[in-house]
Design a protein around this ligand. Structure first.
Ligand code: URP
Ligand code: ZN
Ligand code: ZN
Length: 485
């Protein structure tokens, strides 16, 4: 079994930072050692981290590789997408299997497992998108949780595609409360949005900019509020995905202030990309079409504050790339047909690190947002998201001073544009170790297709508020059910 020593660096965890050498034995962290104190006996591969940070491998809990959408598939395969993730310092992804309409969640999981298993360069897990909530699907949830698929995404958007109505949402939430699952919510009022889209098309609007204008922040705030109310009635924990608007953040903050098990993530596009980009020359705005849409800078500021106060617990990417050629182009002449989604899995660590550079968040918070909190919330901690002895040896040697420019010429994602073209960042990945193997070494890929293993995740436990059994819910005033304010 190979042994590695990452020496001379500053080890950063979600709770502190200290000079330490990290001893890796096989796939696991063996020890954190005082600098220079490693035993000299036995064969040891040494990795020099002098002047560098050593952080737990990034965990991106929101990706869509090979995802069918709008008549095409997102352009990264599980191999190209996870290789790109590794280049960016991410060592685990959690992607979304989709229950096809008219079929069972288990069929969806089998299909996605067939696409990912044997192809991922880093470890991977799955959430399950419920797109057809019925009695049979609800019954299946428990078995999926037992098999390590412990989170379920529901959509208040996309009527006729992924949409669930409030009754279906409540039923799925009740089931989640019973079987220890976490409900993830795409919180946009899709019924109202479809009216605005139809009106915009009828008024002759065709260009990408109309995508953003027909998905106003108020409809994200409303849906977020409704999701929180429904989760309270069901007594289940709730995780709002890809939160983009200050209005939605206010709802999450109010729920958390009331002690409710409500969590949210945001994504780099909602922290860095201004809504005005959708009005770019010609059809260029299509590059930035995603849902919820990118917002004006006032929202970015609110979201950075939310990351600081922990009202936002995670930064994921919602990586869902579509090439301009042949894919985004499907919506030329009709903004509502532009495939929704942005590439980003490779840039998450670097972009969140800009928060450290700009003194918006601490180094520890950087680690918490990109690795430790996602591991805790999604049942992977401390195997993932930590550098504790016994944890998987997933770690990144990160150069805090190196500067580089993001763009299509240098990125590794299988997509023909970059949403961050020309953006210069401070901080860069040097070396990435995934379960004890060096997979990226100073810009060279050393991993292999199929190295990544499926991560069976534990049921939800990432909350200190006790989750009462169904029958007891109403007896916890202000937190769950009838007593909730
Ligand atoms: O525009 C987006 N977000 N595309 C991916 C699908 C989703 O809703 O997460
Ligand atoms: Zn979504
Ligand atoms: Zn998504």
């Amino acid at each position: 079994m190979s042994r590695l020593l990452v020496e001379g660096g500053t080890v950063v965890s979600a709770s502190g930072a200290a000079p330490c050498d990290v001893l890796v034995d096989g796939e696991k962290i063996a020890a954190l050692l005082a600098p220079g104190s490693a035993p000299s006996s036995g064969e040891l591969t040494r990795i020099d981290a002098t002047g560098k940070l050593v952080v737990p491998g990034g965990i991106d809990v929101h990706t869509h590789m090979e995802m069918p959408f709008g008549g095409t598939f997102s352009s990264d395969t599980f191999f190209t997408g996870t290789r790109a993730a590794a280049f960016g310092g991410t060592t685990t992804i959690v992607d979304f299997a989709i229950q096809p309409r008219g079929a069972s969640p288990r069929e969806g999981l089998d299909t996605w497992m067939g696409r990912a298993d044997g192809h991922c360069a880093i470890d991977f897990g799955f959430h399950m998108i419920l797109s057809d909530v019925n009695d049979a699907a609800l019954k299946e949830m428990e078995g999926l949780v037992a098999d390590g698929v412990t989170s379920f995404k529901l959509f208040m958007a996309y009527p006729g595609v992924f949409y669930s109505d409030d009754g279906q949402i409540l039923s799925a939430m009740q089931r989640a409360a019973d079987c220890g699952a976490l409900i993830m919510m795409h919180a946009e009022n899709g019924i109202a949005i479809d009216v605005l889209v139809a009106q915009a098309l009828a008024a002759g609007r065709r260009e990408p900019k109309a995508h953003g204008e027909t998905r106003p922040p108020a409809l994200e705030g409303e849906a977020t509020h409704r999701a929180i109310v429904l989760a309270g009635v069901a007594g289940c924990p709730l995780y709002i995905v890809h939160l983009s608007a200050a209005e939605a953040l206010e709802e999450v903050a109010a729920a958390r202030d009331a002690g409710r098990p409500v969590f949210a993530e945001t994504c780099p596009q909602y922290l860095f990309l201004d809504a005005s980009l959708m009005a770019s020359e010609g059809f260029e705005g299509a590059k930035y079409v995603c849902s919820p849409p990118i917002r004006p800078a006032v929202h970015h500021e609110a979201l950075w504050r939310g990351l600081g106060t922990d009202d936002l617990s995670v930064v994921s990417t919602d990586h869902c790339p579509f090439c301009m050629k042949d894919q985004k182009e499907l919506g030329r002449g009709d903004f509502s047909k532009i495939p929704n989604g942005l590439p980003g899995v490779e840039h998450r660590m670097d972009l969140v690190y800009q928060g450290v550079v700009e003194r918006r968040i601490s180094l520890q918070r950087f680690v918490e947002l990109t690795s430790t909190a996602p591991a805790r919330l999604f049942g992977m901690y401390p195997k993932k998201g930590s550098l504790l002895p016994g944890a998987d040896a997933d770690l990144v040697v990160y150069d805090p001073e190196a500067r580089h420019v993001l763009g299509v010429a240098s990125h590794h994602m299988a997509v023909d544009y970059s949403a961050y073209e020309g953006t210069e960042v401070t901080g860069a990945v040097d070396t990435v170790i995934a379960r004890g193997e060096v997979v990226v070494d100073h810009g060279a890929f050393r991993g292999k297709e199929g190295y990544g293993q499926f991560v069976a995740r534990a049921p939800f436990a990432g909350v200190d508020v006790p989750v009462p059994a169904r029958g007891d819910r109403a007896q916890v005033p202000g937190v769950f059910g009838a007593g909730a304010s």
